[in-house]
Design a protein around this ligand. Sequence first.
Ligand code: C2E
Ligand code: MG
Ligand code: MG
Length: 739
Amino acid sequence: MKILDKLLHNKGVLILIILIIMGSSVDILFDPINKTIDIVLPTSVLAVTIYVIFSIWREMGRTKKELTVNSQKLSDIFETLDVAIWSHDLETDTLLITPGIERLYGYPLEAFYQDKDHWKKVIVLEDMPIISDRVQRIANGETVTSIYRIVRPDGEVRWIQDRGIPKMGPRGNMVSFSSVIFDITDRKESEDRYQSLVEMSPNLIAVISRGRIDYINKAGCSLVGENCPSELTGQPIEKIFPAKVLEEIRTIEQKRVHNYESLKTVEFEVNRMDGKSIHVEMSARPIHFEGRFAVQVMGSDITLRKESEKMVEFMAYYDALTELPNRYKLREHLNTILGQAQNRMVAVLFLDLDRFKIINDTKGHMVGDLLLQKVAKRLEHAVQGDGMVSRQGGDEFIILLEDTDKSKASGVAKRLLDALASPIIVDHEEYFVTASIGISIYPTDGVDEETLIKHADTAMYLAKERGKNNYQFYSSDLIGLSSRKMELENALRRALEQDEMIIHYQPQVELATGQPIGMEALLRWKHPRYGIISPLEFIPLAEETGLIVPLGQWVMRTAVLQNKAWQDAGLLPLPVAVNISVRQMENEHFVDSVCDVLTETGLNPKYLELEITESIVQNIEKSTLILRLLRVLGVRLSIDDFGMGYSSLSVLKHLPIDRIKIDKSFVDDIIYHSNQGAIVKTIIDMGINLHFTVIAEGIEKQEQENFLIRNGCRIGQGYYYSPPLSVEYMEEFLRKNTP
Ligand code: C2E
Ligand code: MG
Ligand code: MG
């Protein structure tokens, strides 16, 4: 009692007690499951406090004087606090209520003394079930903390937290009852706001402890493909979190660090319970949940972000048209494999489509694009996973072969060329595409990406020079080839003005008699530095640059003028055949230009023959129209280099064609190959059946002549009779043959 006396007279100690009560209430726990806030007042502290207060009260009852003094002191203290204590000794039916209740409820203290159920009557109706449950549990001796709302006389609704502590007697009956009442409105409102933020968050928010899911919000459920949180609450964490996240959770749990600043974010792909695959980003951090250590996991669906990242990566490393790896990807990959190559060989195959530009220019980019897509598919199929096919841009592709050798690279190159052998159909039209391939090999032709690509490119030019539709390996002899190409391209633009172009004429003869029956005009370029340059080298350049149109026009005009001049000079009149490039023929002014030249020179149209390659079938409708117009003009039409793969005779039979010129390679076939001219024989037979005049080109030997005559070919051209002749020599040739 001495201690009590001291306590009663020591205001400081009393305040301390109250502060213990208040201080102990600081532990506010949010319970997202029941959506309640629990203000934990440790039972021990509370019991001691209440006991002390109770004892003080009892002690105070001893003497009236003392009681009055002490009661005054207590009420002074309690009046200053937003807390009320309700204490009811059921045995003596003594009720004590601290005056703070007035501030909490807004009703005078007397109201509670007068009507012991007054506190109940002001409770919001919907919260009454909480009270029934509470009364029941307290009657059973349980300490119960309840949160409910009350209505003040001015209509304001306040949140109350009420912790009721029963004291049971030996017979199990309640002997006293105390309760500590707080106004938690401010906190509750802020917690409610937080609660709804969590609930309404579009991201996953979950609380995990002891290996189980304590809480998960709705967004979290839908993220993992579940319907409602109740299906996941209490479930083991392995059920929804992948190994990466579990690992992170365990690290946090093991370390038990509270200021776990460096939130580690993990990304992963999950197959949701509804079968959809999504990308998720998650991070975890330690928290307190229901008084224990827990881990809060936050996650969001980053599928869209991942998709756009993928898209960006795709755009950076893949070609949008063909979906093949692009030049950057190729270079990156080549660098990687060179880094790991050690003693193994790597092959770089530089593939360029032959005359693709012409198709693109004449048929339009739409057709060009579709064609490139189909070519890309064929190339990929041909490589069959042996290497990487990439598109460099335009009609250039690079194929990389790892761990290879020269013969394997040849094999792949052949497969690539074969893959393009059959026509490609775009928009119901057949296109014949060939390619030239240059190959460089690591380490012999270069050890770095740049050199290997450059050398493969150079070798590709050699393939073009060697008649296209073939492949060539790089060799150091080729150094400077591509720079020569660039130089020629520039020089070609000025060649005509600078009178560097000349025409040679090669006679065509009747095989049986050797009598000249025509001539072919063949263009030559007298380059000031390189001397005579073959048309095989510069015609493709002229086609690529479009210079073929003025150049071809010049050839036709010059050849026609020359022919007319020879005829006017009384020399043997022989038709002249002029080579016409497809690109030139498809120029809208082509027919007019032929007409103009004939009118201007006065040459009889029957002395002009136009040699067109089979590639005209690539644009059969337009070609047919042009050929018909030319036919009307009266000029002769022939198909040059027949048999090189662009068309079949059955296609040509519908065109107004007079002659077909069998390509030199078939004539070579007569003596050099094992099938001994079987192909050329078939071509001659078919040509004759279709009423074409068949001309054999490149005859160099008598055996060839014999074979051709035997098989019904009547006309030929070749070194065996005469090489192409300069104007002077041709004039002499004509003079000799003029009767
Ligand atoms: P092409 O029209 O097939 O011309 C025949 C080619 O074979 C000519 O080569 C000719 O010199 C060559 N030749 C003739 N007889 C023999 C022989 O017995 N043996 C060998 N090995 N070759 C022989 P050239 O003059 O180098 O012309 C090559 C190609 O260039 C021509 O092939 C033609 O497609 C093209 N070309 C030439 N001049 C022109 C032109 O003015 N315009 C166009 N668009 N192309 C032309
Ligand atoms: Mg020709
Ligand atoms: Mg030819």
